[in-house]
Design a protein around this ligand. Sequence first.
Ligand code: CNA
Length: 236
Amino acid sequence: MDKIEIFKKYIQECNRIVFFTGAGVSTSSGIPDFRGQNGLYKHAPEEILSHDYFIRYPEKFYEFYFKHMVFPSAKPNAAHIGMAKLEKEGKSLGVITQNIDTLHQQAGSTTIPLHGTIEKYFCQTCGKIHYFDEIEKNCIPKCKNCGGILKPDVVLYDEPLNLEAINQAIDMISSCDMLVICGTSLKVYPAASYIKFFKGKYMVLINLDDTTYDFMCDLVIHDCVESVFEAIVTKK
Ligand code: CNA
């Protein structure tokens, strides 16, 4: 049996599937990842997307952020749509994602965004919330209330994750019967460590490159995640 057939068989057997996703799920929507073949790693994103850098150089931070992290015209691809479809069919509990791009939410999945989203911005001075559509994009976005600098509601390097999101992610992973890990290098912690809470039947990994967790999985597919979902959901 080929790997796609095995994956289809697992999907038939399971009704509490959870997807754990990363930047590779969105590359075919035109959003570059960090560590893939055309990734942003040459720009040192870990330094620029850190809390310390944001506080010290907000102008340079936002220049990078709006150029490399925000893609308002990106649309969900076959992977986002396939995961949402499996949830509508009662097969999946939803998606836990490290992505900030909101494409899973746009596709209609129940989504736990571990690293926040590009949708919300908080004033550093008065706390007022702003949304993407209402902020200025060609300079440092400022609060409409007090003029303070806005910070995106994304988890920057050297910032803690949201406790509620962590608890929801661990709950979902520890109660699912199949965990499908897609488009992530599993190199960003603590997010990657949550997959260790899985105690269900099948762990599947779909990623172009090897990861250090491949050995733990029942099925590893080194291919484009959107092609896999086209094969199993769209063309089933
Ligand atoms: P990463 O470390 O860049 O890894 C991405 C992985 O996806 C690599 O191993 C690639 O081989 C693989 N990959 C790329 N394209 C595909 C594809 N079409 N099909 C299958 N596999 C593919 O990204 P991670 O998500 O693991 O790292 C977590 C960081 C990246 C999080 O903090 C994110 O917020 C951050 N990030 C998010 C986005 C986004 O929201 N779309 C974009 C870039 C970075």
